[in-house]
Write a protein that binds this ligand. Structure first.
Ligand code: BV8
Length: 226
């Protein structure tokens, strides 16, 4: 059912939902429990770094305790069968990697730490705090290597090239609420790609997709891949 080359996949929180990590905008979603302005912006971090670190420490612990699900494993099989398949994720967990895939983390990763003073990156410890010293310059200016609202997502040039070149763009488990990721389907379609949305429910950008597969990712993604 999939073309021989040129597949770009974008995943969102829905692909990790059945691993127990929850999502952001579903009824019990994270952004219904916590205010984005208080934990997921650079201003929030400047105002209260301990609070922001506590939020990501909680998420890092949950991600480490979770296991990849059948959707993560199916996408890893797809990349192994078709090495030119590009997997972009909005997620900051490492479940794609742990399933054997090689994702592009456009919103950063819980597993990463970044020094705001010198730009040094290293593997984040389980628990980070404002007192952590950078292993590179020793400044106490370390933050989670996460892209917050108002910050430029990572790898955007590379992503734009993939969207121009792909034959098929597939969005899996994302509400289409956050830009620029939410615009990727339209971008790929304008460049001539076929577009497919695999989701549990209609997203904010559902109407822009050529085809739709509705259902839980652990069923729909292996069915589509295999
Ligand atoms: C930027 C890391 C500019 C943090 C996140 C227009 C153009 C450009 C920008 C904007 C714009 N309009 C507004 C903006 C600003 C903003 C934005 O989009 N705001 C929204 C809220 C309106 N965008 C930004 O700020 C971005 N930066 O634009 O920079 C710039 C330019 C120059 C120089 C500097 C800056 C940065 C956005 C990145 C923010 N960080 N993540 C963290 O994780 O803590 S994004 C945030 O939403 C989440 O973290 C998540 O990564 C992302 C997307 O959410 P989803 O993954 O889609 O999850 P959601 O819960 O919403 O949906 C889940 C879906 O799964 C649902 O559809 C559900 O039905 C489905 N589902 C559930 N269960 C299952 C399932 N599907 C299948 N199976 C299941 N079992």
């Amino acid at each position: 059912m999939t073309p021989k080359t040129g597949i770009v996949v974008l995943t969102g929180a829905g692909v990790s939902a059945e691993s127990g990590l929850g999502t952001f905008r579903d009824t019990d979603g994270l952004w219904t429990q916590v205010n984005i302005e208080e934990v997921a912006t650079p201003e929030a971090f400047a105002r209260d770094p301990a609070k922001v670190h506590a939020f990501y420490n909680m998420r890092r612990g949950k991600a480490r305790a979770a296991d990849p699900n059948a959707a993560h494993h199916a996408l890893a099989r797809l990349q192994q069968a078709r090495p030119d398949t590009v997997l972009i994720t909005q997620n900051v967990d490492d479940l794609h990697e742990r399933a054997g895939a090689a994702p592009i983390h456009m919103h950063g990763a819980l597993a990463g730490a970044l020094c705001q003073a010198c730009g040094h990156r290293w593997a984040a410890p389980e628990v980070m705090s404002p007192d952590d010293a950078c292993p590179g310059c020793a400044a106490r200016a370390t933050r989670p290597d996460i892209v917050w609202f108002g910050e430029m997502p990572y790898h955007m040039e590379r992503i734009a090239e993939h969207l121009q070149e792909c034959d098929l763009f597939v969005a899996i488990g994302t509400s289409g609420a956050v830009y620029p990721a939410a615009g990727f389907g339209a971008e790929a379609a304008m460049a001539g790609a076929e577009t497919l949305e695999i989701n549990l429910a209609a997203s904010d950008v559902t109407d822009g997709f050529d085809r739709h597969i509705v259902g839980p990712a652990t069923q729909t993604v292996p069915d589509w891949v295999d």
